[in-house]
Design a protein around this ligand. Sequence first.
Ligand code: KG4
Ligand code: ZN
Length: 356
Amino acid sequence: MVTRMRILGIETSCDETAAAVVDGSAPSGTRLLSHRLLSQTAEHAAFGGVVPEIAARSHLDHVDRLVGEAMGDAGLSFDAIDGVAVTAGPGLIGGVIVGVMTAKAIAAVTGKPFLGVNHLEGHALSVRLEADVPFPYLLLLVSGGHCQLLSVDGVGRYRRLGGTLDDAVGEAFDKTAKMLGLGFPGGPAVERAARAGDAKRFALPRPMLGRPGCDFSFSGLKTAVRQAATALAAAGAGGERDVADLCASFQAAVAAVLADRARHAMRAFERLHEESTRTFVVAGGVAANAMLRASLEAAAASEGFAMAAPPPWLCTDNGAMIAWAGAERLRLGLVDSLDLAPRPRWPLDELSRAAG
Ligand code: KG4
Ligand code: ZN
């Protein structure tokens, strides 16, 4: 008999307040029972980025309602759930505290297990919510704050193969959008603009391309985009056509770098896991980008890897991935105490050391 495992998940670590309920014991495709999300985009747009104080206050205003709605949509009372999972870090600490206190209160009142989830683990395992992707797999985690390649050996077991030496790739998208006046958040806006653009017009650098290892660097690319944008402005250009071409050229440079680094990581992964299946997973907000997904899929195929990626809504921050990671942890008995401290910084490979 499968033990029932309905988990409430809460996410408040950045600018999305989200709550969801998943059933960890159900077959893939039927696990998501509900999913509510409130994006704070409009509240931060005027500032061109996320303002931590505004984010924390907004989470506080909305989290109770979203949790109530997620529970209502799932048709469940708190007595009917089997655990409460929440992002306990890394992230903007004010927001993380709001989520953690909410989850602890629910766990304390109901006596249900409390699961403090690492946000990055939420992204890392998100693909398994809707598809049966077995361990180990190679993961490219690309979001607003992170850009890393990891061998995901199991729940709580991560080996870092490489990461960014400076900016995260989502940050590069956001800064490019800001420089070109495309607004915030930048990723979707750059992707939209790039669709009509000529990717060959601007010869932008492809940092780290062909270098040994699996590290990334995006600061040189960002500088080159700024120089191109400044040159366009000085020439009195910078209309829709120019912006589209620059976005397309930027996206093509990112795609080339990600594919190159991923190919190196696939070879490193093969050395680590000679006998295992070869699966390459892309997750995190930037993985919502259709052009990047297609280019990474081609890179994976060329190395004999099958690519798997969560659907776009599950790539950007959400409560379902936190609920799911909670279910995966509860299944292994990895329950946390109500003393667990929220953490602004929390590298994923620290979890592996704790798991032994
Ligand atoms: O995972 P996520 O929602 O939050 C973090 O944990 O950081 O990722 C947000 C990042 C932002 O930088 C956003 O611009 C980027 O993901 N992003 C995209 C796209 N959608 C979101 N980047 C490129 N193309 C997209 N379609
Ligand atoms: Zn995230």
